[in-house]
Write a protein that binds this ligand. Structure first.
Ligand code: ATP
Ligand code: MG
Length: 366
């Protein structure tokens, strides 16, 4: 797959922008707040229908404009695709592929695969479990259509159950009808939850093998990184455990048991990296993880994903920069950076260079 172009109308700080891309390395450089990240965000949006930052659709529309448009052009197996997103203020956005409107966002699944890498990702091991679950979900949703469906359903039921539990908690008792609704929710949570737990278990097993190798490479063999799934409950025990926590849940007014409380454990040479790792070790672990995703997506789908690196290079020391840059061969990559002198000095291959300044993007010859 190769992204060939992008057109923006009233998207973030761009009024009207049209770009064509190289199939290798595309660099966007320029000062702060000029619109570099906004371009990567638009690419990610075109591939996944979501922004990489958790934002409301209407925030994506240029201030003062009534609506926004993103058009992403790509080529895959010799076929040209055009993905059109129409972002509206008070309604959900519309998506069309080659002119045919999609009924569900999830129908976009599988056309374009993309990995977004931002400086925050380097804190994945240092941060709390919610970040690690978000990582799991983002990755799994790209390679597993059933997971996407189960996750959306699970989250919907958890929201409904939490609302009901809160009400019961405030009243201090529940009606027969509420008890019946709770047990329907629990039945659904068991069904979707078990399938989520099993998918996460398989995914982490597969990824952990690749991560171990990558991390060994990044640390010249000094560190053995293990990555294991820490499910809140095992799939086979989910039903039993949800029932066991029923009383506590009603007392606390929230759903306390299930995969919405999962975590991933990282250990280096047997020591828990989340709690005892140095900052450098945690960041290297996170880098190994991100680099492993490329291989994982390729193994799972037979396609290399597109890589979006937002300001990541400046966050890494030289050795880790080299490791990252050298693992990019054969991958289409989009890099943002405030400067390119360093990359030029190191003769890093840059196929297309864009200078981003005051909402204008100049395509310069590399
Ligand atoms: N909906 C919007 N309408 C208009 N402008 C917006 C909108 N959303 C964000 N912006 C503007 O876009 C600019 C930021 O763009 P972006 O995050 O892409 O910058 P950047 O070039 O990546 O900067 P940095 O190097 O600091 O990361 C900000 O000045 C912000 O005010
Ligand atoms: Mg930025």
């Amino acid at each position: 797959m190769e992204l060939t172009g992008l057109e923006l109308k009233d998207f973030r700080n761009y009024e009207d922008l049209s770009l064509s891309f190289d199939k290798g390395t595309n660099i966007f450089y320029g000062g702060n707040a000029q619109g570099k990240t906004n371009i990567l965000e638009a690419i990610f949006l075109g591939c996944t229908s979501r922004s990489h930052r958790s934002v409301k659709d209407k925030e994506l529309i240029r201030f003062g404009a009534p609506e926004g448009h993103v058009k992403l052009l790509l080529k895959k197996n010799g076929i040209d695709y055009r993905i059109d997103l129409h972002i509206k203020k008070n309604r959900s956005k519309g998506i069309a592929v080659n002119g045919a409107a999609l009924r569900k966002m999830s129908d976009l699944f599988g056309i374009a695969r993309v990995i977004f890498f931002s400086p925050e990702d380097l804190s994945l091991i240092k941060n709390g479990p919610a970040e690690r679950r978000r990582f799991l979900d983002t990755e799994l949703c790209q390679i597993d259509r059933i997971y996407t469906h189960d996750l959306i359903s699970y989250n919907r039921v958890i929201d409904q159950k939490n609302k009901l539990l809160k009400k019961i908690c405030e009243k201090g008792k529940k009606t027969e009808e509420e008890a019946a609704v709770l047990s329907i929710y629990n039945e659904q949570l068991c069904k979707y939850g078990a399938s989520i737990i099993e998918a996460r278990d398989r995914f982490i097993r597969d990824l952990s093998v690749i991560v171990k190798e990558k991390h060994k490479e990044l640390t010249d063999g000094a560190e053995d990184l293990s990555m294991t799934y820490e499910p809140d409950v095992k799939a086979k025990d989910l039903e039993k455990e949800i029932l066991l926590s029923a009383e506590r849940e009603e007392r606390m007014g929230a759903a306390m048991t299930g995969p919405h409380r999962d975590d991933i454990c990282f250990k280096v040479n047997g020591v828990d990296l989340r709690h005892f790792g140095s900052q450098g070790q945690q960041r290297t672990g996170a880098l190994s993880l991100k680099l492993s995703e490329i291989a994982l997506v390729e193994n799972a789908t037979g396609e290399k994903p597109v890589l979006l690196l937002d300001d990541v290079l400046s966050e890494l020391d030289r050795k880790r920069q080299d490791m990252l840059l050298s693992s990019l061969t054969g991958v289409q990559v989009f890099i943002t950076s405030t400067g390119i002198d360093d990359l030029i000095e190191r003769r890093f291959r840059m196929d297309r260079i864009f200078f981003v300044d005051k909402r204008k993007v100049t395509d310069s010859v590399s």
